[in-house]
Design a protein around this ligand. Structure first.
Ligand code: FHN
Length: 475
């Protein structure tokens, strides 16, 4: 073991009520909103086919020109209650909202820089209004904070001289003050989501990342912090130099997921974040963005894969410059929400189905053990009051084999009692092939993943013949 002062805290997976609630939520909404939503990917007539929130850099915009956008941040269509209703109907149980992105613009009237909503025509506490709206819908709230800051004069990507060191120390004090200010102003938040921590300057300051995690947890007991904040004494990120996870959950899966058979990721909590377009987090008003837009079926598939591997999915929305949601994003949320209204129990309060190997045609999930979830938001209605979760496994079918047949490999000691369609309870007949394998006709395609409820029990002698061939290894 390498001795570390700023590595993992050594306590392993958190099992306190706040963390259990976060884990059980499984589906969150990410919101990227800031000045970049106004130009929406186009600067002086030139559309840049790159993430909209990077436009200041990708179009080479000066700080002065970029700051002038604040005058147009007029909130004409800003309706946080509508954002929150959309998220709730989609089935998201929490929101993570950008407080400050890389351009340095702050969505709350911070005392530590003039570059904030306080300098916009309304002067309103936009962040506070967003958080209140989501809490009113019963969603938990998390705050995104970019440590990287293109606006602040003391930000450094690398610290190469004494003057850099002095500047960067001033910058870290500024960031600390802002984070403590956020914790004080919005003490009901459940988590902090850090970003922009990959530069050498931050990696050389594992001490600061460690201290920030400690300070936030002191100010808001139980608060959840993502691994992306953290670096250790040697600049190792996410996982310390001994391989232990720093922060409360791993947050390195961005626009990608672990392989569907990679159960190694179930060793710790993790969250993946995903864009609705191919590669922009902020609103990008262009054909380029539309070409890569994902369908509701693709999103549901990502969600199913994530839950089957014990992760959460944070699905990004980029509201428009006037503060309204793009109709195409609302429509997607509605379609995902319609699926979740029927199939939510295969996602919420669920996790990997132990012993059920990845079948190729979809994903298995099973209810997490049943403890009353703690929430720091209004209680949710139970989704399936009548369902006894004991012995239930959900099979989420995303790819129907050309044979039209689904093969299910049963875990050792498990027998399949019945298969029902989650949507209407119809029983689907199945054929045992041997003691460990059953086959059934795949459900008719609907354009969206189909969820089957597998009712299971313990296998007994009556549950099929054993393989007589001694060269066939059956467990
Ligand atoms: O550069 C950012 C990007 O704009 C976005 O905020 C994502 C969200 O995870 N994080 C960064 C890239 O890793």
């Amino acid at each position: 073991m390498i001795p570390l002062r700023y590595g993992a805290d050594g306590t392993g997976r958190r099992e306190d009520p706040t963390m259990r609630a976060f884990r059980a939520d499984r589906f969150g909404q990410f919101v990227h909103w800031g000045l970049y939503a106004l130009p929406a990917g186009t600067w002086k007539g030139q559309t840049i086919e790159f993430a909209a929130e990077f436009l200041m850099q990708s179009a080479g915009v000066s700080r002065e020109e970029w700051s002038a956008l604040a005058a147009d941040f007029t909130l004409d269509g800003f309706d946080p209650a509508a954002w929150a209703r959309t998220a709730k109907r989609m089935g998201a149980r929490y929101v993570t909202v950008t407080t400050k992105h890389h351009d340095g613009f702050c969505l709350w009237p911070t005392a530590h820089t003039d570059f904030s909503v306080a300098a916009t025509p309304s002067g309103r506490d936009v962040l506070g209004e967003i958080l209140d709206a989501y809490r009113a819908e019963g969603l938990a709230t998390h705050l995104y904070y970019s440590v990287l800051d293109w606006h602040h004069p003391d930000w450094r990507c690398a610290v190469d001289s004494d003057s850099d060191r002095e500047a960067f120390e001033r910058y870290l004090r500024f960031a600390t003050d802002q984070l403590l200010e956020l914790a004080e102003r919005y003490p009901q938040v459940r988590g902090f989501w850090f970003d922009g921590t990959w530069d050498a300057s931050v990696k050389a300051n594992g001490r600061w990342t460690h201290e920030i995690e400690r300070l936030l947890k002191e100010r808001i007991p139980g608060v959840i912090v993502n691994s992306r904040l953290r670096a250790d004494d040697h600049g190792a990120r996410h996982f310390d130099s001994n391989g232990a996870l720093m922060g409360d959950y791993e947050s390195g899966y961005e626009r990608r997921l672990p392989a569907p058979w990679d159960l190694s990721v179930t060793a710790h909590d993790w969250e993946a974040c995903a864009t609705l377009t191919q590669a922009s987090w902020g609103f990008h008003d262009s054909d380029w963005a539309e070409r890569g837009r994902k369908t509701p079926a693709q999103i549901v598939e990502q969600l199913a894969q994530t839950v089957s591997l014990g992760g959460n999915l944070l699905l990004n929305f980029g509201p428009r410059g006037d503060g309204s949601l793009a109709p195409v994003e609302v429509a997607l949320a509605e379609e995902v929400g319609a699926w979740m209204a029927v199939n939510g129990p295969a996602v919420h309060d669920s996790g990997p189905a132990a012993g059920w190997d990845y079948p190729g045609w979809g994903f298995y999930t099973a209810p997490l053990e049943h403890t009353a979830p703690f929430r720091n938001a209004a209680p949710q209605e139970p989704e399936t009051p009548d369902e006894d979760p004991t012995g239930i496994v959900h099979a989420i079918v995303v790819r129907i084999p050309v044979s039209g047949l689904l093969t299910l490999a049963l875990p050792a000691g498990v027998a399949l009692r019945a298969v029902r369609a989650r949507a209407d309870g119809t029983e689907l007949p199945f054929t045992p092939l041997d003691a460990h394998t059953v086959q059934l006709a795949a459900p008719a395609p609907t354009g969206m993943p189909t969820v089957l409820v597998l009712e299971t029990g313990s296998a007994g002698p009556a549950d099929g013949l054993s393989e007589p061939n001694p060269d066939v290894a059956l467990v």
